[in-house]
Design a protein. Structure first.
Length: 104
């Protein structure tokens, strides 16, 4: 069943505009990043952190994360998220977006 859904997703993406493909890829990556953030960074506000990670991910990283939406997060997913989260821009984003959400 998941395999069929993956094939349908690929066919839909092939017919989409570049912006629509990017949006679908980012949303699929978000679905993988959420549980990784919750597990790897307990106590950190998930949604602001996911926003920062997605915003600072490269296209190859987004595609790798999105590909894991079919099987769920893997060790590779966790490594990609950790790598992105450790970048200076991502850390700044997490400090300005994540910490205020934590302090509310």
């Amino acid at each position: 069943m998941r395999f069929r859904a993956a094939i349908v997703a690929v066919l839909v993406l092939a017919a989409c505009t570049p912006q629509a493909r990017d949006d679908v890829t980012r949303e699929a990556a978000r679905r993988v990043v959420r549980p990784v953030v919750a597990e790897q960074f307990p106590g950190v506000p998930v949604e602001p952190s996911v926003d920062c990670i997605i915003a600072n991910a490269g296209s190859t990283e987004l595609l790798s994360l999105a590909a894991d939406v079919v099987t769920g997060p893997t060790a590779s997913s966790a490594q990609i998220v950790t790598t992105i989260a450790s970048r200076p821009e991502a850390l700044r984003c997490l400090a300005t977006q994540g910490l205020p959400a934590l302090l509310r």
